[in-house]
Design a protein around this ligand. Structure first.
Ligand SMILES: C[S@@+](CC[C@H](N)C(=O)[O-])C[C@H]1O[C@@H](n2cnc3c(N)ncnc32)[C@H](O)[C@@H]1O
Length: 254
């Protein structure tokens, strides 16, 4: 059943004017976590995307971010994912009218079928933390873009690393896999110390935790899949620790 006008209005955020033009039912029906359009718009706002660029979307899930980037910035996108098949994404890409510039690929992040330096930019939304916390992975990601190419991620994270144990107010809602959630400073150092990239931007998405909670509330109220424990965690935290880390780096020129 389509969203009520009231619920649709709650998802129309002034900070994401491009996302607001998309059908919220489409975003909800294809959700795999936080709102992929908002994350993509937040990352794109700190990137330099030009028409015709070749962009890797790594861990694209149901390819909403890839479709968004192709439509909004007229870039070509290789929509690459492990859990979602290329067949499934191809159907969504065709239906969205971007079959001429979004190409679905089924691949694992450590075994990607792309030539080194093929891309002008790579993005990864709510996915890079599944494989990119390993010290060596940035070299795999970075070599896919040409020298000077951009590498962006937005991932669920923390404002700052915990100094000790998980804070007591979060412990009841804590999932051990949140060990992959890190601060912008952590990601920045994690990448910069390898010398493989130059970090240009590392911050938290402004109000990201509030938007995440809002999204979960609307999913709940509209009868879509959502995680009650994630919502409880965000409410208990009230923006003290949880955030979306947004990092942009470039592969150095020779
Ligand atoms: C939480 S989903 C997010 C999907 C999408 N980016 C979004 O925001 O809706 C995480 C995605 O990461 C992808 N992923 C996780 N581990 C991966 C790996 N080793 N190689 C490629 N993709 C991976 C999964 O296939 C999944 O679609």
């Amino acid at each position: 059943m389509p969203l009520t006008a009231e619920l649709a209005e709650r998802l129309r955020l002034p900070q994401y004017p491009r996302s607001a033009a998309y059908d919220p039912d489409w975003a909800l029906a294809n959700l795999m976590g936080p709102n992929a359009l908002w994350l993509t718009e937040a990352l794109a706002s700190v990137m330099d995307l030009r028409p015709g660029m070749r962009v890797l979307d790594l861990g694209c899930g149901k390819a909403l971010s890839s479709i968004f980037l192709a439509r909004e910035f007229d870039v070509q996108v290789w929509a690459t994912d492990l859990w979602i098949s290329a067949n499934e994404n191809w159907g969504r890409i065709q239906a969205a009218g971007v079959a001429d510039r979004v190409f679905p690929i089924h691949a694992e992040a450590h075994n990607l079928p792309f030539a080194k330096g093929f891309f002008d930019a790579a993005v990864s939304l709510d996915a890079y933390h599944y494989f990119g916390t390993a010290d060596l992975y940035i070299a795999t990601y970075a070599q896919l873009v040409k020298p000077g190419g951009q590498l962006g991620i937005v991932v669920p994270g923390l404002r700052a690393e915990f100094l000790g144990d998980v804070p007591a107010h979060l412990a009841p809602h804590w999932d051990w896999e949140f060990a992959t959630f890190h601060s912008p400073e952590w990601w920045s150092r994690h990448w910069a110390r390898t010398g493989q990239v130059t970090v240009e931007h590392a911050d938290v998405v402004p109000d990201g935790w509030r938007e995440w909670a809002l999204w979960l509330e609307v999913c709940r109220d509209a009868g879509y899949h959502y995680s009650p424990s994630d919502l409880a965690l965000l409410e208990a935290d009230a923006g003290e620790h949880f955030a979306f880390s947004r990092i942009l780096a470039r592969r150095p020129l020779p």
